[in-house]
Design a protein around this ligand. Structure first.
Ligand code: GUN
Ligand code: ZN
Length: 451
């Protein structure tokens, strides 16, 4: 059945252009594609008639007229370690390399047990979906079966997901690593085969080549993955320049290149479907190289603050034409929510501006762009997702600010513009306000589900 969604719509058209449409209608066809966006609509029926949709050939879905609600595009989490979810909030005073050894590798190694994988992955998918994340770029672990299970669960739940088996054949603990280059290659191909079997066109779940980071992979493995990416057009995800000790380690390990980004580039891993997490300590030359290759950055402000990695210069990246989206980086980051991550991005940008340049400061409009259209660009899906323009897919969330137990208190006399409501939501909202979530036109989650 076709649907006409009617009510208030909020979406991004460009970095600083957040459109708030107090009375609009969106027509979505049977396969979840947006056919029309009526920006000034009297009623769902009037808009349907205008687009020659006859009565009875569609259903109407309205935000509750008695409540303060709006439709918003689904969020993109461009960087999340599904396997690390049990560790959210657990990082003490560690920084990246000791955090990996003390918290992360021991946890990930337990995913040889499929019961643990099933329990954790089911939870993560439910939690991210109920926070409005309709597309996630997941890291699993080194385990083939557990990674395949993550793909099965995402597909079943109806969440768009990039599924990455971590490749790590060097400089990793004996108890948790790929035992050889050949093992890493075989396991990578097995996961691609499985995902292609369950979703042949990779419409909902898609394999993503995942060298964990340059410091945990041999040059041979990096270059094999680079060639595989070229041959198959599959996307790539990895970490870059998160922490200064890591940057030094990569320099020592891969002296054939003159920079961290250069390592990936010389191995063929930088292309327009590559997602690079963090990018805190890049040089000007690395920024130019990444821009030239069309790779995108997953900005993970909660993680960068928790692990004291530093402050990514988002405006500096955007100014050079580098694509930027947001990542929770669970469990370097402590929250599975992209709304919270957008809030953190805004605050981290203020810390940068307090150190000197006002130009680093990100606005509400800008961080909400990064959470949606920016994420879609980084994932190579901007032609299909990110806002409500006709031709795109209906991946959306219905936000209700005055729902039961809402964390957002509204005093109507105090709010001057519809944009003020968006600000209230950004700084005070959470998953309780996510009343419905759709992916590809299908209702998949929301508090409406829980009750
Ligand atoms: N670098 C290599 N592995 C990881 C990881 O699991 N999390 C983060 N934040 N950085 C990494
Ligand atoms: Zn990460």
């Amino acid at each position: 059945m076709r649907n006409v969604y009617f009510g208030t719509f909020v979406h991004s058209l460009a970095l600083a252009d957040l459109q708030v449409l107090p009375s609009a209608a969106v027509g979505v066809d049977e396969d979840g594609t947006i056919k029309f966006l009526d920006t000034n609509s009297r009623s769902a029926e009037a808009s349907a008639e205008k687009h020659s949709w006859t009565a009875g050939s569609y259903s109407v879905v309205s935000g509750d007229p008695a409540s303060v609600s709006f439709f918003f595009p689904g969020f993109f989490d461009t960087h999340i370690h599904a396997s690390q979810y049990p560790n959210v909030g657990l990082f003490g005073k560690t920084t990246l390399l000791d955090w990996l050894n003390n918290y992360t590798f021991p946890l990930e190694s337990s995913f040889a047990d499929l019961k643990i994988a099933d329990n954790v992955y089911s939870r993560v998918i439910a939690r991210t979906l109920s926070n409005g994340t309709t597309t996630a770029a997941y890291y699993a672990t080194v385990h083939t079966e557990g990674t395949n299970l993550l793909a099965d669960l995402a597909l079943k739940a109806g969440q768009r997901a990039f599924i990455g088996r971590c490749c790590m054949d060097a400089n990793s603990p004996d108890y948790y690593c790929d035992k050889s280059l050949e093992d890493a290659q075989k396991a990578t191909l097995d996961v691609i085969e499985h995902i292609t079997k369950i979703d042949p066109n990779h419409d909902i779940v898609c394999p993503i080549l995942t060298p964990r980071f340059a410091a945990s992979c041999s040059k041979e493995l990096l270059c094999w993955l680079g060639k595989l990416s070229t041959d198959t057009s599959l996307p790539v995800q990895t970490h870059i320049s998160e922490n200064m000790l890591e940057v030094e380690l990569v320099k020592r390990m891969h002296a054939f290149a003159d920079s961290y980004a250069g390592v990936y580039d010389m191995c063929g891993l930088l292309n327009d479907k590559t997602i690079l997490a963090h990018a805190v300590h890049l040089t000007d030359d690395e920024r130019a190289l990444i821009a030239k290759r069309g790779s995108g950055i997953a900005h993970c402000p909660a993680s960068n603050s928790a692990l004291t990695s530093g402050e990514t210069r988002v405006k500096w990246l955007l100014d050079a034409g580098v694509k930027v989206g947001l990542g929770t980086d669970v469990s370097g980051g402590f929250t599975p929510s992209i709304l919270h991550t957008a809030r953190q991005a805004l605050l981290v940008s203020r810390h940068l501006s307090m150190k000197g340049e006002e130009s680093h400061k990100l606005s509400i409009e800008e961080v909400l762009y990064l959470a949606t259209v920016g994420g879609a660009e980084v994932c190579g899906l901007a032609n299909k997702l990110g806002n409500f323009l006709p031709g795109k897919k209906w991946d959306a969330q219905l936000i209700t600010l005055d729902c039961k137990n809402s964390p957002v208190d509204i005093f109507p006399w105090e709010l001057k513009t519809p944009e003020d409501l968006v600000a209230k939501w950004l700084f005070n909202g959470d998953d309780r306000n996510v009343t419905k979530v759709w992916v590809d036109g299908n209702l998949v989650a929301g508090t409406a589900f829980a009750s």
